[in-house]
Design a protein around this ligand. Structure first.
Ligand code: PXL
Length: 276
């Protein structure tokens, strides 16, 4: 009998103590999906930047010495998942990391964490957006929300529904920037939300019911964490997007039911044990 081989993912993301985002959601979700989660912090925050004030410790200078110890340990990852970057210089560090720690079969999920609702996050400027584009050719999957897809592709963000032609154009531009498999999350489709998938073998859209009007923090991180764990476990992308989307939807529904402020993220803990 062959032994079961557990996969492992390096997650390059910030540690925000409060607000249910980034590493605070990736570690439990990826672990619940039976994949070893290895964290490389990009910054340490008291709470995410969606709050008016936050403690922010940039980890740029410490990332190389930190991962050099992983080189000494001769680590190799089945997946690398990058999220929030705390400075422009971190993009080059992430590129180096990918070259050092990936092999032919490594799934590389780039979540270009840059903004939401048409606006960049407070720590994200044009220089960082421009630099993050360099990660697209290194990725196997990217998971921008609509705002981030606009920032990367140069298309204008607008409220309301996006036509199929607009969605395809956005994906086309992201492919031209080097992305292979693209999942653009959160298109407003009236009563529904659409996630648009574009792969070399075609495009598709998965719809889910719109649950509440106010945007919840960290849902992109929950979504991408599920995709990253599934990617190393060989789950087909469309199936994984369906799973991530219904998990996020249910977590939003429960959070609203429990009266959790949208800024505090979603109470995924309540349904973590349902993830496989
Ligand atoms: O969820 C995205 C995210 C991740 N990390 C930090 C953030 C945000 C969004 O605001 O501020 C630090």
């Amino acid at each position: 009998m062959t032994k079961k081989q557990q996969k492992k993912i390096a997650v390059i993301n910030d540690f925000s103590g409060f607000g249910r985002c980034s590493l605070m959601v990736s570690v439990p979700i990826i672990s619940a999906m039976k994949v070893q989660c290895c964290a490389l912090p990009t910054a340490i925050l008291s709470n995410h930047t969606g709050y008016e004030d936050f403690f922010f410790d940039d980890y740029t200078e410490r990332m190389r010495p930190y991962y050099q110890k992983w080189q000494q340990l001769q680590l190799h990852f089945d997946g690398i998942y990058t999220g929030f970057l705390g400075s422009v210089r971190q993009v080059a560090i992430v590129e180096e990391f990918i070259h050092q720690f990936s092999g032919e079969d490594t799934a590389i999920l780039v979540d270009p964490v840059m903004g939401d609702n048409g606006h960049p996050y407070t720590t994200v400027d044009k220089a960082l957006c421009d630099e993050i584009r360099h990660l697209l050719p290194l990725s196997t999957i990217i998971t921008p929300n609509v705002t981030e897809a606009c920032l990367l592709s140069g298309m204008d963000y607008h409220e309301g529904a996006y036509s199929e032609a607009e969605q395809k154009e956005m994906a086309y531009r992201l492919h031209r920037l080097g992305a292979r498999q693209i999942v653009i999350t959160g298109f407003d489709m009236g009563d529904e939300i659409g996630d648009f998938i574009s792969c070399p073998d075609g495009t598709s859209q998965l719809l889910r019911q719109k649950i509440s009007g106010s945007p919840h923090a960290g849902t992109g991180d929950v979504f991408a964490s599920v995709l990253a764990a599934d990617a190393v476990n060989g789950v087909p992308l469309a199936q994984s997007v369906r799973k991530a989307s219904s998990f996020v939807g249910e977590a939003i529904r429960l959070s609203d039911e429990m009266g959790i402020p949208a800024q505090d993220g979603v109470c995924f803990e309540e349904i973590l044990c349902t993830l496989r």
